[in-house]
Design a protein around this ligand. Structure first.
Ligand code: BGC
Length: 507
């Protein structure tokens, strides 16, 4: 399937990259994306495990007792700082790790960073599955977090760099697709092991070793990105790899462009310092804001705590885990929609459609709970089913928009000189706000009650407006031409780039 890929016309006229979608590039993409499985499995498993009686009785006896008191307030029975710390410690570790990973990524390549990720993760899994006290649990979670920080830094960058421009969105979203598959598998595991007493939770935590082993083995066979090879002055290897992944010898135009990007990057001795310059402001703001907004959709209130949430509204243990399995399927299938559409309809369309759908569903869920769920009653069966349907509609819109695009857009907007450093800000913002939501959600639910859904609804309005005014379209723009084709053309952001250029010319 030979394809002449048009990049947008540059100042010197139209440039063309030749290349086809090779089996090799797709295979590398699929293997690297298994890093998403580790992240996703973890998101799904912690909510399940923290609602299992055997686990609570062993490590969090206070929560166990409170949960079983018939008259405990519906909105408050899981509110416990230690329990939340179990879920959220991983994200703090990942936050710090992503900055270290950014350096490793630049110095030693994307592939080695992925390998390191899988090894940290595996050690964490062993500690968690064998835990006999809270310290082992938390240290294990911290190591899992380092693994996630490394993987989330390297995998999306790897995918964006190996992809031919016209399927960059789709290939990058394989990462998010694996995140959703990881969450879904975790939900099923939660459901199955909840009836294995008293060690079902150990099995659930131990199975996280499967995706980590897949990434560990997989990263031994995949390619390094041509960009990373050329950046580390392995020019011949980089050129050969480019030919291999594009399936043609005619890669001169793309090679030249990567070479040019690398030369520019080499002049930047301190990428983090460079990021603080005004001219980096557009990409930096967008990368951080995309991730913060992604978390303020409220998605993880649902992902981490789906079983807890469904128990809160009156489902019994099994039924609530089953409902979480259903939302898991919806999450996976809707991400496939994004893979298919993102390079056709573009990023902005998906984000804006989703804002509408998410707003309606959040407000509807909040309204239903406000009217029907008091402190100690249970929701009627019919009403509870409606809540599950609305949660599915919410999850589906997130899954084809803010979920994947929160990772895609920051990975494709930075010039090479600041790419890994800039992306580290995206990953760490994601981790920070995932931590904030994970740590605060159960307490917020206890205090705001149904109002929590209106809180997230208000954020969705803000993010919709942000997309309308400030988010440029990046569909089909070659990754190393973003500054010229996107930022210099945008009504608001262009002033940052222009001012910097004017400054240089007036010196
Ligand atoms: C987000 C996670 C979220 C997941 C849900 C990811 O993109 O970063 O926080 O749990 O999507 O599918």
């Amino acid at each position: 399937m030979p394809a002449m890929v048009m990049s947008n016309a540059g100042p010197g006229g139209a440039k063309k990259f030749e290349g086809r979608i090779t089996i090799y590039v797709v295979m590398c993409g699929i293997i690297a994306a298994t890093g998403g499985l580790m992240f996703g499995y973890d998101i799904g498993i912690s909510g399940g495990v923290t609602s299992m009686d055997d686990f609570l009785e062993e490590f969090f006896p206070v929560v166990y007792e409170r949960k079983h008191k018939a008259k405990e307030d519906n909105y408050c029975k899981f509110d416990n700082q230690n329990l939340q710390l179990f879920t959220s410690s991983l994200y703090l570790a990942a936050l710090v790790a992503s900055f270290v990973a950014s350096k490793v990524c630049t110095k030693h390549g994307r592939r080695l960073t992925m390998q390191a990720a899988s090894i940290f993760f595996l050690v964490g899994v062993i500690l968690n599955a064998a835990a006999v006290n809270i310290a082992m649990l938390i240290i294990g979670r911290i190591l899992l977090g380092v693994g996630v920080g490394f993987a989330n830094q390297a995998v999306p960058l790897f995918l964006s760099e190996i992809a031919p421009v016209h399927i960059r969105g789709a290939l990058n979203i394989l990462f998010q697709l694996d995140v959703t598959i990881g969450i879904f598998v975790a939900n099923i595991v939660n459901y199955l092991v909840s009836n294995i007493h008293p060690w079902g939770w150990r099995l659930a935590l131990g199975l996280a070793g499967v995706p980590a082993s897949m990434l560990c083995l997989g990263s031994m066979v995949i390619a390094e990105t041509p960009t990373s090879l050329i950046e580390r002055e392995m020019l011949m290897e980089g050129l050969a790899m480019l030919k291999k992944i594009r399936g043609t010898d005619n890669v001169d135009a793309e090679y030249e462009e990567i070479l040019h990007a690398c030369e520019m990057a080499r002049q930047v001795k301190q990428p983090f310092k460079n990021l603080m310059k005004r001219s980096s402001r557009p990409q930096l703001v967008i990368a951080i804001v995309m991730q913060v907004f992604q978390q303020f959709t409220g998605i993880n209130a649902i992902m981490f705590y789906a079983p807890v949430l469904f128990q809160t509204i009156g489902f019994k243990n099994d039924a609530s885990l089953l409902s979480a399995v259903i939302t898991g399927i919806v999450n996976v299938l809707s991400t496939v929609v994004s893979v298919v559409l993102v390079d056709k309809v573009g990023r902005r369309f998906l984000l804006l459609e989703a804002c509408g759908q998410m707003l309606i569903t959040q407000v509807a869920i909040g309204g239903i709970l406000l009217v029907n769920l008091k402190a100690t009653n249970e929701l009627g069966h019919g009403v509870a089913v409606w809540v599950v349907v609305l949660v599915c509609l919410f999850v589906s819109s997130f899954a084809w928009s803010w979920g994947p695009l929160g990772w895609l857009i920051p990975s494709e907007t930075f010039p090479l000189a600041t790419r890994t450093a800039g992306y580290a800000f995206a990953v760490s913002s994601n981790m920070l706000f995932t931590f904030v939501i994970a740590q605060a959600f159960l307490s917020m639910m206890c205090h705001l009650r149904a109002g929590i859904f209106f809180f997230f609804g208000a954020w969705i309005v803000v993010m919709g407006l942000f997309v309308i005014f400030f988010l440029p379209e990046t569909k089909n723009v070659p990754i190393d031409e973003m500054t010229e084709k996107v930022w210099k053309q945008h009504w608001f952001w262009k002033r940052f780039i222009d001012e910097e250029e004017n400054k240089i010319h007036s010196i």
